[in-house]
Design a protein around this ligand. Sequence first.
Ligand SMILES: NC(=O)c1ccc[n+]([C@@H]2O[C@H](COP(=O)([O-])OP(=O)(O)OC[C@H]3O[C@@H](n4cnc5c(N)ncnc54)[C@H](O)[C@@H]3O)[C@@H](O)[C@H]2O)c1
Length: 322
Amino acid sequence: MARNGKVTVVGAGFYGSTTAQRLAEYDVFETVVLTDILEGKPEGLALDLNQSRPIEGFETKVIGQTTGLDGSGYEAIAGSDVVVITAGLPRKPGMSRMDLIETNAKIVRQVAENVTQHAPDAVVIVVSNPLDEMTALTQLATGFDRSRVLGQAGMLDTARFTNFVAEELGVDVASVTTLTLGSHGDTMVPVPSQSSVEIDGTRRPLSEALPADMVDELVTRTRNGGAEVVALLKTGSAYYAPSAAAARMARAVITDSGEVMPVCAWVDGEYGIAGVYLGVQAEIGRGGVRRVVETDLTENERSALREAAEAVRAKQADVADL
Ligand SMILES: NC(=O)c1ccc[n+]([C@@H]2O[C@H](COP(=O)([O-])OP(=O)(O)OC[C@H]3O[C@@H](n4cnc5c(N)ncnc54)[C@H](O)[C@@H]3O)[C@@H](O)[C@H]2O)c1
């Protein structure tokens, strides 16, 4: 099997290490680089992951590299085709993602500046929170074309919505299609009108499969999906589903798949919204976002998306100074 390309995952915490594992196990990349500022942690995880290769049966090589705040060690990411930024603090119970903005902005800016220097041709996938703002900050700090900087949130939020619907109906997740747009926060926009379920070979709108109050309940649970996990874990935030989403995005880039995914992308006129990073569906390929794909929305969903855009626009303007 032909493997190609190099993907770097910055941050070897829960999100980063599981992302590196998934990327390595895909066996489509030549190299996965995992970095962190914690001395020895990325090297140790890389050694461990490489030792899983004979068992799992993949050949992708994992390289661990400690980096310094002065940028030392960043030579290891040279030539990366994709960089996934997971560096930053996760939430604790009771915190909103926005509570992380000042701390994580400093971390993400430092990482972004080193990515600019050492991997100037990479597509950058941001996952650090607050997601929409950290994606905007990464684009500002790197100066990369906006199509080459995107964020992961919508795939995760959509997967959560799908899982809740499937569990409620007692059907396979594969028979359920849902969608969430908007921000990765309070102004998330789950889109029931584009959600459906296949029952006995017939695809039905979600509104026919579940009563309206149950759809509302699942929408609310989806919007609070991250906080629900944080409250249970108490010491960190979710990483299995989040890493699955980021890894799929990185794979779509390296394989130039053209898959349409809900991601945080630069919106320039779509839905009558412009000049902001927002959760929308986009076609993903080798250069990052090929195009934003608009979908039919109800008037309510459309105005919720506009509200989300205005909410994140204000915050994204602030990150320039953080
Ligand atoms: N977008 C999403 O859907 C989503 C979902 C879950 C978590 N997150 C976010 O992802 C981030 C990581 O979460 P986690 O669970 O892996 O946290 P974690 O605490 O387990 O790991 C974060 C890692 O970042 C490292 N780090 C800190 N500063 C760094 C720097 N300057 N350079 C390199 N590495 C640095 C830390 O040493 C740590 O190992 C958090 O901000 C979290 O909120 C986003």
